[in-house]
Design a protein around this ligand. Structure first.
Ligand SMILES: Cc1ncc(COP(=O)(O)O)c(C=O)c1O
Length: 384
């Protein structure tokens, strides 16, 4: 028997894991103050770039002696810039528990040809950080966007480590507590928790990372886009808004709007609380049903941003086809856009819960998930 459709839809059905929903206050005319058609090196442009850096520092609580740079090519650019510039000086450990982390392993092993120790965990699992040697350089992803598994805290990272920690935090920053004293390089892109635009990456360097940059020259060629030093000294301008190449001043304005919105609603604690509340609504939904479960095996590692779900009903014949069909139904009804699992991840759904998503939209979407699941079970039975 067909399940009735819910009476209401989410006001905003955007649950994509990147680019993520814009802040609730967003409208294009709020970007009208952008320094468009002006040089990013003119005072007006540089002031905005500096404000983007310092606003980020203020809201994230980044220590004053850490550098923050706006770099090309989104989060990928920031991570690769760090890897290419810093790795090779000491032994290196690469950690991966989903496809983005796996991509950084490929970079280290196949491109940089490092004799790295590679430690991986399958989708839903995480590497035990207590077993990692932090006297090596360690590259890892804080929140695995494609598996919905996150590092629960930085306790396993020793304060007196000899290696550098290089952390891809793109779907964690602004939603999860990042322990700055445990992170030497932290990267993220504007498009995630704050609903900014892609294209630019943020690269945050500890004093130890800067010391490495100034004391070590990698043996491989370094594209101009990756160069952070000149004559053995850090190019400080990069961390004051003098970007390596031309940024989008529209994207910068959009980031400034996101930061303003963030300040207005209460800053980092409120961002984290919003993501927690959103994710909890989904966790509760799953707990109350026996046909859907979190992909993250250990509840302590469940992401509060990229919540990944798997269908567990034994009646499901083809898991991948079923999950895709549910996502298609949700999209067709305007109930949830872009919630299919990542292409390399196990079949299921991925629902973004970052700070720009409203709890009321999650709550309005979940009855549709119920509906879509049952509708698909019926469709499967009819087709059999
Ligand atoms: C963990 C992680 N790393 C890297 C990336 C790539 O980010 P970008 O496309 O901003 O370079 C993503 C994108 O979703 C991601 O989730």
């Amino acid at each position: 028997m067909a399940l009735d459709q819910p009476a209401t839809r989410p006001a905003n059905p955007r649950f994509s894991s990147g680019p993520c929903a814009k802040p609730p206050v967003f409208s294009l005319d709020r970007l009208s103050g952008a320094a468009l058609g002006r040089s990013h090196r003119a005072k007006v442009g540089k002031d905005k770039l500096k404000a983007a850096i310092e606003g980020t520092r203020e809201i994230l609580g980044v220590p004053a002696d850490y550098r923050i740079g706006i770099v090309p090519a989104s989060d990928t650019g920031a991570v690769e810039m760090a890897m290419w510039s810093l790795l090779g000086a000491r032994p290196c450990t690469m950690l991966a528990w989903e496809s983005f982390g796996a991509g950084w392993v490929t970079d280290a092993v196949k491109q940089l040809k490092l004799d790295a120790k590679v430690v991986t965990a399958g989708y839903g699992e995480i590497v035990d950080l207590a077993t990692v040697d932090f006297d090596t350089d360690v590259v890892f992803t804080w929140n695995g966007t494609t598996s919905g598994v996150r590092v629960p805290n930085g306790d396993a990272i020793p304060a007196d480590r000899a290696g550098l920690t290089i952390c891809d935090a793109t779907s964690a920053a602004f939603a999860q507590d990042l322990p700055w004293d445990k992170l030497d390089v932290t990267t993220f892109s504007w498009q995630k928790v704050m609903g900014g635009e892609a294209a630019h990456g943020m690269l945050i360097l500890s004093p130890r990372a800067v010391a490495r940059l100034e004391s070590y020259t990698p043996p491989w060629p370094m594209p101009k886009l990756f160069r952070m030093t000149k004559g053995g000294k850090l190019i400080e301008g990069i961390f004051e808004g003098e970007t390596i190449n031309t940024p989008s001043m529209l994207a910068v304005e959009d980031w400034l709007l996101a930061l303003d919105w963030g300040r207005a609603i209460g800053g980092l604690p409120e961002f984290m609380a919003r993501a927690d509340r959103n994710a909890q609504a989904i966790f509760d939904f799953c707990d109350a049903r026996d046909w859907i479960a979190n992909l993250a095996v250990d509840p302590a590692t469940r992401s509060n941003t990229s919540v990944c779900l798997k269908f567990t009903d034994p009646r499901i014949v083809d898991g991948a086809a079923f999950a895709k069909a549910v996502a298609r139904r949700l999209e067709a009804e305007g109930a949830a856009l872009d919630v299919g699992a990542y292409r390399d991840a196990p079949p299921g759904l991925r629902i973004w819960c970052g700070a720009t998503v409203e709890l009321s939209d999650i709550e309005a979407m979940l009855p549709w998930l119920d509906w879509a699941f049952h509708a698909e079970i019926e469709a499967q039975a009819r087709a059999a």
